[in-house]
Design a protein around this ligand. Sequence first.
Ligand SMILES: [Zn+2]
Length: 222
Amino acid sequence: MMKLIQISDHIYKLSIQTTVGIPIIINTWFIVSAHEVYIIDTGMDDYAELQITIAKSLGNPKAIFLTHGHLDHINGAKRISEDLKIPIYAHKNELPYINGEWPYPNKTNPENTGVQYKVKPLATATNLPFIYYLTPGHAPGHVVFFHDQDQILICGDLFISDAQHLHTPIKKFTYNMAENIKSGQIIDKICPKLITTSHGDDLFYSYDVYAIYKFKYEEQTI
Ligand SMILES: [Zn+2]
């Protein structure tokens, strides 16, 4: 199943139903800014061509930005960046894992991302139509992207969402759940209009969304 929808004036979301160990929906995004197209996350290589086609149809593909380096976010990056001749960016804290220098903290073997030493640090990207925030816990260099003009927060795997609630990401792919839950507080600082995540439905932000999430998932500390 594939679905491409426009979620705001400048942002399009591609949803692919696929199987990565388990059946899963993978969302990726295209942010359009004055004919330039920024690809947020790349999903799996087997539909990289589709993303290339979509990016070209929306304007001039400019760069790829990754929320983090897990395979279901980075696997399409090699083909898309080579075909479109565009750079890839991720947070510098994520680069040792993307480069295969270290395994992710909760894994024994380094990942083979196909883009070792090809990803640039986010801080070197300039003039972006969005800003990023570091949100570690799921991955050490996990970031979220906020499009201020459209009030959209692209959360990657900071949460798994349905149309009403936020949930934690999958535990075995998250190295520090307590830290991840703490990082989630960012939504109450930003107060976006809409929250969109990699593996679920979009939901509208309200003041109780994070409070309910924290109450439900935070571990008892006393
Ligand atoms: Zn992940």
